[in-house]
Design a protein around this ligand. Structure first.
Ligand SMILES: [Zn+2]
Length: 305
């Protein structure tokens, strides 16, 4: 792809994201195909959603612009079973069983060129919510699937004049306000913590949660900086104020619990972590837990102690 082609790809994508931003700012959360057709973006008339297929590449682009997952109630089979891997990243199934199908090639092109895409997620009651910008960061050809990173930050080494739009933190914050189910939050948080409990580094993903610092029910946003990957025990202990985390990422145990005498789980699983630093914190500063949110939550812990 030449620099001019890439710029064109990016211009249309950013125009699409800006259009979606405006729609969402006006309160629109779910979109139909009609809503997203006949748009004038960066000098082209285009639509943003596939019609019948799962993958959409407009004629005037050389890489896919979006892909789609249909809504299915819990417990029923999806035609394409998109799942989260042990690394906390999503998988999106290729079309059919030929990795070289033109639609799969269009997705691969977006992956190779590190172009941002839109992921349309079917919502209950019809329509689709948009998750963007997302990136394809790998493919698993044997399993006929792409690896999706919904929390990737554009690579700074790429010279794209319009990329600042994505780097703007408020922009990223906005995109997470979208009312999706919680699964993307979980995937992003688990990935940021390398699928390990922040307190004890336990790594069995079935027993890990994406915990909120500012609690979900109290208006906490589903963003990585408001999240902690915690094992089931430490999540429950954090929610019950048995365990607190200071703004300096240090673990504290409730004074009464610290004095209790019980079995090895209490001693090794809880008490031994008192005054220890978190064992796992995201490498990227932009993903590390927000110190102000931690402080507010830590005060609640102190009041309960
Ligand atoms: Zn743990």
């Amino acid at each position: 792809m030449t620099p001019a082609e890439r710029l064109r790809e990016l211009s249309i994508r950013h125009a699409a994201f800006a259009w979606l931003d405006r729609q969402r700012a006006a309160g629109k959360e779910s979109f139909s195909q009609e809503d997203t057709s006949g748009l004038h973006l960066a000098g082209e008339t285009t639509r943003l959603m596939p019609t019948q297929q799962g993958i959409w590449k407009p004629r005037h682009l050389s890489a896919a612009l979006s892909f789609r997952t249909v809504y299915r109630p819990e417990g029923t089979d999806r035609p394409y079973d998109d799942a989260v891997g042990a690394d906390g990243l999503y998988r999106y199934k290729m079309r059919g069983d030929d990795p070289h199908h033109s639609q799969n090639r269009a997705l691969r092109e977006a992956m190779m060129e590190r172009l941002p895409l839109i992921w349309w997620l079917g919502v209950q009651g019809g329509g689709y919510s948009a998750l963007y910008p997302i990136y394809l960061v790998g493919e698993e050809r044997d399993d006929l699937q792409f690896v999706v990173d919904i929390d990737a930050v554009p690579q700074p080494d790429i010279e794209w004049p319009s990329i600042e739009l994505e780097m703007d933190p408020s922009y990223r914050q906005q995109l997470t306000k979208i009312r999706l189910h919680q699964r993307p939050f979980r995937a992003a948080v688990l990935r940021a913590y390398r699928t390990s409990c922040a307190v004890c580094a336990f790594r069995h993903s079935d027993l890990l949660d994406a915990a909120h610092i500012h609690e979900d029910g109290a208006g906490g946003l589903p963003v990585v900086t408001n999240g902690l990957t915690l094992c089931k025990i430490h999540h429950a202990a954090y929610d019950r104020r048995i365990l607190g985390i200071t703004p300096d990422y240090e673990v504290r145990v409730n004074a009464d619990v610290l004095r209790e005498v019980d079995g090895p789980m209490l001693r090794h699983g809880i008490q031994d972590f008192h005054s220890k630093q978190l064992m796992v914190v995201p490498e990227r500063r932009a993903q590390q837990p927000d110190r102000e949110l931690l402080e507010a939550r830590y005060r609640v812990f102190l009041n309960a102690s």
